[in-house]
Design a protein around this ligand. Structure first.
Ligand SMILES: *Cc1c(COP(=O)(O)O)cnc(C)c1O
Length: 434
């Protein structure tokens, strides 16, 4: 496959966006009758100096669009009319601005992020669709609340001091702030606790400048595949969410037009807890947390490098820090310029695999900060500059294979979410249209 579109890695993205940050929001653009097609910016070309080291992450924009289609099909089939991709943590490590631009062009009508800072980054990248800031923590400073208002982002509220801060900014701006209300139905993380709903509603009524247009909760066990107890947990959370809806309606906080949402990728793919909107994150990047949808989704990221050194190690000689690997045969050791500071977990020392020439090569010895070593004894013909695939698929002289984020997670004692978000900013992202 040829890389036709090579664009600036997100971390080095220092060009001025073609459209000024003050460009009209989608709502205003619609009113003005502006053409939708000019709304979204194309990814930009990379400067050659961006990638001296051959270690890079390739993000397949077509896979992102494909996955958006898949999750949208699941959402529509289950009765949710809105899909709001979750692009927190730099778009799960894929580069939030480029992912958002791609998905907005493909029809995504809104986005979710965790932090206000992430929402601001998307606005600066020219994204005009509604952005929901789910984390709810906006600091104590006046500036953050004003920024919510001026950047036209939707805060999630669950705490009265936030509501007061927002109301103050709304009064200054002379227009109401639209917000979503979060209810804690079982995560015990953020959200109004069930017993406090009426008290919260009463205090909210004192701040009419903050208008609740959405009601949300978050699921704790949506991806529990077999465990019946955990599957029952989702049903309990849904029941509490329904109860919260009834009570908040009675209290006059919400009405029939309020958009309700709870589902993450796992719930969406299983058809659980589908309300008016869904908030898929990891599924858009091609990882399914449940069996449903596993075969439909396409991994969006491929992390590759190249062999920078090959040497022969004799029986009894060791490899790497701590001499964690000792050769029991004459061994061909290749050095890969990617280490734990790039997001290749040290947990993979002596455990994980990479792909060379279409075949698996074990990581041997300790993964170090900038480099790691692999055993290529059983991969004949391996030489300098051969491609090494750490995550994703490879087709080579000896075969075809793929390493998934789930596999790396299993080796590293973690989950696919952490694998993707760990690829550090030192690894440049390249965006391609196959
Ligand atoms: C991260 C997150 C999501 C998306 O979760 P995935 O499992 O990646 O689909 C949805 N809602 C909230 C509140 C989140 O924090």
């Amino acid at each position: 496959m040829n890389v036709r579109t090579v664009v600036t890695p997100a971390v080095n993205d220092n060009e001025v966006p073609p459209s000024p940050p003050s460009s009209p929001s989608r709502r205003q653009a619609d009113v003005a009758g502006a053409a939708d097609s000019v709304r979204v910016l194309k990814p930009r070309r990379a400067a050659p100096a961006d990638a001296v080291r051959p270690t890079r992450a390739e993000v397949n924009l077509a896979a992102l669009r494909h996955n958006l289609k898949v999750v949208t099909r699941h959402a529509k089939a289950a009765g949710a009319s809105r899909v709001w991709p979750v692009l927190k943590a730099d778009g799960y490590g894929h580069g939030a601005p480029a992912v958002a631009r791609t998905l907005e062009r493909a029809g995504a009508e809104g986005f979710c992020v965790a932090l206000l800072e992430e929402a601001v980054e998307l606005r600066d990248a020219g994204i005009s669709a509604p952005i929901l800031v789910m984390g709810g923590f906006n600091g104590d400073s006046r500036g953050a609340y004003d920024e919510i208002a001026t950047r036209d982002v939707i805060p999630v509220v669950y705490d009265l001091s936030q509501v007061e801060g927002l109301a103050r900014s709304a009064r200054t701006m002379g227009r109401p702030i639209l917000a979503h209300l979060k209810v804690d139905t079982g995560m015990a993380r953020l959200g109004v606790r069930m017993p406090d709903l009426e008290t919260f509603a009463a205090r909210l009524a004192e701040h009419p400048e903050v208008r609740i247009t959405g009601l949300m909760t978050h699921l704790a066990c949506a991806d529990a595949e077999e465990a019946q107890a955990e599957a029952g947990f989702t049903a309990e959370q849904v029941a509490r969410f329904e109860e919260a809806t009834t009570r908040l309606r009675r209290a006059g906080v919400i009405d029939d037009s309020t958009i309700r949402h709870a589902a993450n990728s796992a719930a969406l793919l299983r058809g659980d807890a589908i309300f008016d909107a869904v908030r898929p994150g990891i599924a858009l990047f091609g990882v399914s947390p449940v069996l449903a949808g596993k075969s439909d989704l396409r991994a969006a990221m491929r992390v590759r490098s190249e062999i920078v050194d090959v040497r022969t190690v004799e029986v009894g000689e060791s490899v790497g820090y701590g001499a964690l690997f000792r050769a029991t045969r004459t061994t061909r050791i290749a050095t890969v310029p990617m280490g734990y500071a790039d997001g290749l977990s040290r947990q993979l020392s002596n455990r994980g695999h990479v792909l060379v020439r279409g075949r698996r090569a074990p990581l041997v010895g300790a993964v170090s900060m900038d480099m790691s070593m692999i055993d290529v004894t059983d991969i004949p013909g391996t030489s300098l500059r051969d491609e090494v695939v750490v995550l994703g698929a490879q087709e080579g002289a000896l075969g075809k294979d793929a390493i998934t984020a789930d596999e790396i997670a299993a080796h590293g004692g973690t989950i696919a979410w952490e694998v993707l978000t760990s690829i550090s900013r030192r690894v440049p992202r390249f965006y391609r249209e196959p």
